[in-house]
Write a protein that binds this ligand. Sequence first.
Ligand SMILES: C[S@@+](CC[C@H](N)C(=O)[O-])C[C@H]1O[C@@H](n2cnc3c(N)ncnc32)[C@H](O)[C@@H]1O
Length: 283
Amino acid sequence: MVTTPSTACQSARELPAPIPDLPPPNHRYSLRQRCLSLYHEVWYRLSERIRWSRAPHHETPIDRLSGLASWQATRIDALRARYGVGFESHYGRPTALANYAYLDLLDRAWTAVNRQPPQGGIVTDVGCANFWYARTLHTFFRPATLTGVDLEGFRLYPTGYSRYDAAAGYVADLPHTSFVVADYCEVNEQADLMTAWFPFVTPAPVLAWRLPLALFSPERLFARIARNLASNGTFFMVNQGTDEAAIAAGYCRQAGLRPQDQWIHPRPLRERPHPPVASWWSH
Ligand SMILES: C[S@@+](CC[C@H](N)C(=O)[O-])C[C@H]1O[C@@H](n2cnc3c(N)ncnc32)[C@H](O)[C@@H]1O
C-alpha cells in the first residue's frame, strides 16, 4: 500500500563519545551550498506539487546473479538458504545485490550482539527513499506492519516513473507493508521497532541527494523518533563510518535515547566508502 498524507562488537559503554557537530545556521553555508540548495528546492517543491505518478513500477528480474567474487557468492547462497529469499527473482542486479547486502548486515549485526530480531511488531523505517529494501526488512523482522516513510515521494526517474511508482512496485506483494510520503518530523505513529539506514546527520549528503538544506533538521528528526518509539521498543540505526555514527549518536542522546550496542561491519557484501556502523537504542 502506498499513501500520501498531508568485526568488532562493542558494548554500549564503548560507543564513541558524541561529537558536538550541530549543523551550521543557514548563513554559514557557503554561497555554492546555498545556490545548490535553492536549485534543489525548486525541483523538490515542483515535484511535490505535481505529484507525478504513472503506475506501480516493477523491475525486470535478472534471475541469476553472475560475476560475483567467490566469497560474495558463498555468502549470498548462505543468506538464500537461511531466509528462503531470492532477490534476483524480483529485481535487477543492483537492487538484488543491494538487498543481499542489507540482509547480510542485519543477519551479521544482530547475531554479533546476540540479539533476537523482534518479530511480529509494528516496524517503521525512517527515510526509506523508494523503499527498495522493503523485502529485506520484511524477511528479517516478519513484522505485523511495515511502513517506510520518506519526505520526498515524487522525484522523477529517467524511466518516466516517479519514486512513488517505484515504491508502489517494491511493496506491492509484501503483506501489510506501505510507503508513506511525509516529513517524519510530523509523523505521530508509535512503533515497536524503528530503523534508519544512513539518515542525514551532516548537510553535505543532503545536497548530494539533491535535496534542499531547509529539510535538514536532525534534532527534530531524532526527537520524533524517540517520541514515536514504544516504551520497550528498539531503534536500529546504520551509519556510514564511525565519524558519522558518532554524530548520529550525539543526536540520539540529545533526543533522550540510550545506547545499547554497536557493531561495525568488517566486510560489507557491497563495497562502501566507509564501513557501515550499526547501533541499537532504547528509552
Ligand atoms: C541517505 S538517504 C538513505 C535512504 C535509504 N534509507 C537507503 O538506505 O537507501 C536519506 C533519506 O532520508 C530521507 N529523509 C531525510 N529527512 C527526512 C524526514 N524528515 N522525513 C522523512 N524522510 C527523510 C531523504 O529523503 C532520503 O531519502
